[in-house]
Design a protein. Structure first.
Length: 166
């Protein structure tokens, strides 16, 4: 059994001095939402043994907050250029390359890919706002099989909900 956590990066800014979409940083809301989500994840789990993120600034900052909040060792966090605005095929390819010894992983990426991927993996037609986090249980022993079976959406949490209960 594998646990796949899928997260959309936290809310980003559109600073006038940043011309490239790739370089957009988190805005103040994103800087508050990511810690809220990681506190919830650290309390209820599962704790990812590997975090793989898009290297876009907003995703990278989100993944770094997640890793720090989970007190993850430095070798747990990886950046993969393929995750920047990735299609569902690329998201599955990246997940399929995870080491089989890893039972729980977090992928931090972008919409619309993450919403479409969740639907493809478990039939969960969900809306993923920024900093949204979904947990999918996959009845597989090897990550390469990520798309060979239907997973089960265990839960979905969004910052607005976490903010209202904390």
């Amino acid at each position: 059994m594998k646990n796949l956590l899928i997260m959309r990066h936290a809310k980003s800014a559109y600073p006038p001095d940043v011309a490239d979409d790739f370089d957009r940083p988190l805005n103040s809301r994103g800087q508050k939402d990511a810690p809220r989500i990681v506190r919830l994840l650290s309390s209820f789990g599962p704790t990812p043994e590997r975090i793989v993120s898009s290297p876009a600034v907003r995703a990278k900052e989100t993944a770094e907050v997640m890793a720090a909040g989970l007190e993850a060792a430095a070798e747990v966090l990886f950046f993969d250029e393929r995750l920047y605005l990735a299609s569902t095929d690329l998201l599955s390819q990246v997940a399929g390359e995870l080491p089989d010894a890893v039972t729980s992983a977090l992928i931090v990426a972008h919409n619309p890919g993450v919403e479409q991927w969740i639907d493809r993996l478990c039939g969960g037609n969900v809306r993923m706002p920024t900093a949204g986090l979904a947990a999918i249980e996959l009845p597989i022993s090897r990550w390469i099989d990520v798309e060979r079976v239907r997973g089960q959406l265990q839960w979905l949490v969004v910052p607005r909900l976490v903010k209202s209960i904390t």
